[in-house]
Design a protein around this ligand. Structure first.
Ligand code: FDA
Length: 392
């Protein structure tokens, strides 16, 4: 058991995790606040996010853009701290931004501008920041949390766990939040890598680098965006999105020409240019390397004029509904987020406070609220951090 040393430093609030949610919570928390992180630098995931430009929110945020065992849980926090609030903050800090696609807002400059803004906001609220400080133990007695850290014992009335999920372990991601949650009687839902490329052995290695707009779907969800063939399998926004709705062993389906009637197209082309090979005609629509890859299986070397309607229909259906079973996913090594987490039933949706232990809060990715690709995970980090910070 951890023995509190008589010389413990006392805070009103200790926030563990100086990432997106932890720093933003510190910016709103009252009283003497300390933010602790085991990493040497704060908010590293913000820095690497959005390809270095941080997709910090989305113009169109609804609860439908989030996965959770309780799809209603996120609504309250998201409604009380909206994308417009964060846009206003970013603009107030003079950070220029633009919409890239589908409402996704990125910095014109570097994502480190957002890190600097979060640090400035937290410091402005008087919070202290201690990096490279692993937390060894957490205990609770007499209305106080007692932390054993490498920098000595600390106490606080309020403890906020903002240590994120398990994705990208080499950046310091841990299951710490789930361990603390369980320690204090919280349930944790099954956690899985999400927003992650799907693997297919070396099946698509020859197509590596080919990308095209497609619809990736299964029985649960479907996304119309780019797909990208890689040495290891499939990536690109449509695949990353679908990965959050996919489970090992299941097939996914690709529509390689979403919104087009391929049968009608091939029939018209047969009329217009019947002497051409199917592969030549399809290469006008799809990347030539992909057509070459599909040609042997679908018999695309044949002349268009020789194909009856039934055959054209068969080819069209195969391209609109290419069923594929991934061998797996790239896992936490490259996943952008962790699906699942601390069960929302044990938390107040208004404040993120534990229903089991007053004074204990869980925010950000650690909670069982997982956003789509497109700035939603940061919006959840800001909103849940604001809900907790203003309640403390
Ligand atoms: P976050 O992971 O940000 O912070 C957790 C902090 O806790 C870290 O500083 C960590 O060091 C610390 N910590 C962990 N364990 C600890 C322990 N045991 N003791 C002490 N400290 C500990 N989202 C989005 O909306 N738009 C985007 O553009 C992107 N892009 C993106 C790219 C990549 C490559 C990744 C991996 C992820 C994204 N995301 C994203 C997701 C987004 O980064 C993520 O959802 C948020 O950073 C989650 O914020 P949190 O504060 O909850 O955790």
């Amino acid at each position: 058991m951890f023995n509190p040393a008589p010389m413990s430093e006392a805070y009103h609030t200790i926030i563990i995790g100086a990432g997106a949610a932890g720093l933003f919570c510190a910016a709103h928390a009252g009283g003497r606040t300390l933010v602790l992180d085991h990493a040497a630098k704060p908010a590293e995931k913000v820095r690497i996010s959005g390809g270095g430009r941080c997709n910090f929110t989305n113009l169109d945020v609804t609860a439908a853009n989030f996965l959770s065992e309780n799809p209603h849980f996120a609504k309250s926090a998201l409604a009380r701290y909206t994308q417009w609030d964060f846009i206003e903050l970013v603009s107030r800090h003079g950070i220029a931004w633009h919409e890239k696609t589908l409402g996704q807002l990125f910095c014109d400059g570097k994502s480190t501008q957002i890190v600097e803004m979060l640090l400035a906001e937290a410091r402005g609220a008087g919070a202290e920041l201690r990096l490279s400080t692993p937390v060894r133990e957490v205990a609770h007695a007499d209305g106080r949390f007692r932390l054993g850290t490498d920098a000595g014992p600390l106490t606080a009335r309020t403890l906020v766990i903002a240590t994120g999920g398990k994705s990208i372990p080499k950046m310091g991601a841990t299951g710490f939040a789930y361990d603390i949650a369980r320690q204090f009687g919280h349930a944790v839902t099954e956690t899985r890598p999400a927003l992650v490329p799907l693997t297919f052995g070396d099946r698509f290695a020859p197509l590596s680098g080919v990308s095209l707009p497609a619809r990736a779907f299964n029985a649960r969800a479907g996304f119309d965006e780019q797909i990208l063939f890689t040495h290891r399998g499939l990536s690109g926004p449509a695949i990353l999105q679908l990965s959050s709705y996919w489970r090992e062993g299941e097939a996914i389906t690709l529509d390689l020409a979403p919104g087009r009637d391929l049968f009608a197209f091939l029939r018209d082309e047969r009329q217009r240019a019947g002497r051409r090979a199917l592969s030549t005609v399809l290469a006008g629509l799809l990347p030539a390397r992909l057509v070459d890859h599909l040609a042997p299986g679908l018999g695309l070397a044949a002349r268009l004029a020789d194909q009856p309607d039934a055959r054209l229909r068969e080819i069209a259906e195969a391209l609109h509904g290419w069923h594929l079973t991934p061998t797996g996913s790239e896992g936490y090594r490259t996943a952008e987020v962790t699906l699942g987490g601390i069960a929302t039933g044990g938390l107040s949706s208004q404040t993120m406070e534990s229903r089991h232990l007053p004074g204990l809060y869980f925010i950000g990715e650690a909670v069982d609220v997982t956003g789509w690709l497109g700035g939603y995970n940061f919006q959840w980090a800001w909103a849940s951090a604001h809900a907790a910070g203003t309640a403390i």
